[in-house]
Design a binder for this molecule. Sequence first.
Ligand code: HEM
Length: 389
Amino acid sequence: MTETRPDDIDPHAEAGTQPDLRVMLDAQRETCPVVRGADGSVALLGHADVRAAALDAELFSSAVSAHRALPNSLDGEEHRAYRRLIDAYLTAEEVEAQEPQCRAHAAAIVDALPRGATVRTVLDIGTPYAVRVQATWLGWPSEIEQELVDWVAENREASRSGDRQRLAAVAESFDAIITRLLEARRDGSIDDVTARLMRDKVDGVPLRHEEIVSILRNWTAGDLGSLAASVGVIVHHLATDTALQSYLRQLVAADRVQDFEDAIEEILRIDDPFVSNRRVTTRDTTIGGEEVAAGTRVVLNWTAANRDPQVFPEPDAFNPVHHADANLVFGIGPHICPGRALTLMELRVLVWELLAGTGEIGMSEERGPVRELPPVSGWAKVPIVLDPR
Ligand code: HEM
């Protein structure tokens, strides 16, 4: 186990001049897959350790802070009760019902993009799409979209800064947006997913206001950014790998929906923008031969685990068939992402429309792509040109 050196990462460095987080994690995992931080926390980078910790929710508790986040911070039976409620909103049928609205938003965004000129993938495609499809799913008015776009940007900056006060302010501003939406539904005049949640119960007990806010925060807050970042990662892969792009075009032509979603999940494995989640040990244990005391914060690094050569001998190779079973993009165990099917459908529909609406997607020659700064991963900027002349 080694010490991390936080000064290796300069948060003020110009984007593009920083090393790629994937490269840093690959190097670190090779020398030391269990990393002790200066604050005593332990980061797990190897696939086997991350997987084992995610599966053992008794030893690795999700109650990492005093703040109660639903369902993320819950354990055991309480967690299962809230997951039952949440899973009911994200069933295969519910996801299927959202597909037409996603297609309409995707088609409108793709139609409006210029051809032969630089398009900013994350800003012009990923972010508006993420905000529109999530807002439509939840029944939120289109006037709120710009507020959510601004919020996603501020949330990304606050997360990167690690500044607790800034993070608290961002959380508060999100709560204010949600509270307004809930107020508009108090008189029962609106019936949508948000109103349904307001009437919902866990073990026969109605959800409290702060519980509804917490659930909606987890459905939108981080996920808008993750969706937008995923669009950047996928489109970058397609624009830089013509063989992969033509493979996905063939899937569109042959209407192979499942293979298309498998391809998306595999691209996200290679470059996973949803970096990590936290746990806390409930008793003394040993990880990778190292003693870890009860009460230690543990970081499960999905991005690093998804590139572990012990499991994926060629981590950058695109091989959905061989890699699917070990893919950890949406986690594993009791906290596995309940939004996986929704996310894969949303991403499939967007990328499908983008391919169907163009003959070629290439990187812009005017500007280069820019990586996100660690500790965030994925691309901050992916300038592309549709149908370059
Ligand atoms: C690219 C997009 C997404 C990625 C990569 C992603 C990834 C993940 C991962 C890795 C976890 C496991 C967390 C853990 O073990 O602590 C998780 C949990 C979760 N995700 Fe997602 N997610 C995405 C989108 C979404 C969406 C769109 C929703 C909701 C509509 C969603 C809702 C949740 C919730 C509520 C949890 C907590 C589950 C629990 O604690 O039981 N996610 N997600």
